[in-house]
Design a protein around this ligand. Sequence first.
Ligand code: ZN
Length: 475
Amino acid sequence: MSKKCVFVLAAAMLLCSMAFAQDAKTVIDNATKAMGTLKTVEYSGSGFDFAIGQNVNPNQPWPKFIDKSYKRVMNFETPAYRMERIRTQGENPPRGGGQQPVIGEQTQNQTVVVAPNTPWVQQLELWMMPHGFLQAAAKNNATVSTKTVGGKKYNVLTFTAPNKAKVNGYINDQNMVERVETWIDNAMLGDMLFDATYSGYKDFGGVKFPTKIVQKQGDYPILDLTITDVKPNAAANIQAPAAQPPAAVASATSEKLGDGVYLILGGYAALAVDFKDYIVVIEGPQSEERASAIIAEAKKLIPNKPIKYVVNTHAHYDHSSGLRTFMAEGATIITHQVNKPFLEKVAALPHTLNPDKLAQSKRKPSFETMTEQKTLTDGNHVIQLYHMTGIGHHEGLIIAYLPKEKVLVEADAYNPQPLNATPPNPPSPYTLALVANIERLKLDVNRIIPIHYPADNRVVNRAELMRWVGKTSSN
Ligand SMILES: [Zn+2]
């Protein structure tokens, strides 16, 4: 190839990339012109929020809470945001988790002041908003393409986020940002779609702002907001909240509950039981970090045996986010049959944004399911698993009873509060269901191990459970 030819080719490529850059810039400029410039904004309204991973069974949407009032102040310059909402119980009777039932009105506040080390996921509320997206697209050298969705043609602006995921913004023929989508890491769902749709644009003081925002994570809504008031460029002096103590490191401690039976603390509680040829663990919760700590502690307590089984109390994400780590370890998951198709899917989902141990090991998971009851025994140790009936928390909720030790392991039916706390009145239907199941199954319970272990690490007995539901213990 001659020198001249190379030069022409290089010039053509340069022109070509400039043309694309200009196109994206034109799209951003036109949208910014149509929507107006926002340095700050305050918007308020009402609607619903939803607790991701807390559905009553794996095929249902996330449970709903009513946001009686909702206000958010955003500062795209500093950048920072503050959210204040008052929420009430949305599911009656309670169905699913997310700390249901909410009694009365619950105030929730969230403040994020972006610092150099603020995780991208926490900043997304800003950069997924229509005006914030356009600013982020301009800053991050977005490219543009066209896409037809549902018969409508969009200019799609795309840039790559710090978490290596694409962020796509759909600009409609009115030059409004109609949808923004990206992907974030979720311990269960892997590369999880996070998308927000914006509709009902209205003019607020020369700025176009949506009056409807729907955010979805993992295919179901997490927020459905109707906006009634928008103050463009309102004062937004958002102060960072007082520094939180650093998150507890998930190092495990343990307590011997009986011969070969160990309680593992230092996070969500778990049990390790020393069967003749292998270890049985009850619960693989929270995260890979917590599951790894439980596995390490179980192997330290019970050396030279493999972990053959891990019992999953239910498929809520906080109780299942360590299961992939146990799958990588080669353990068989014991779960209620309602959870199996979902957990099989979880085992196979791509985790490219944050490859975990299972993604690296590519191990095939194995499952054993149960319906109403199942007994694990080696002839010496006995673990009886029972399906909880009459509880709206989760359709596949399992309790574990160790008859020799008179120990009952339960998740989310009774989450102990400080010892001097006043019992709720009326009692939680979930706690009442636990009492009813203990009675139905005639379990001789001496000690209760709540997976949400009390912060003071106290021993929880049946009398404490009965007191919490306003009854005296029958034994
Ligand atoms: Zn739960």
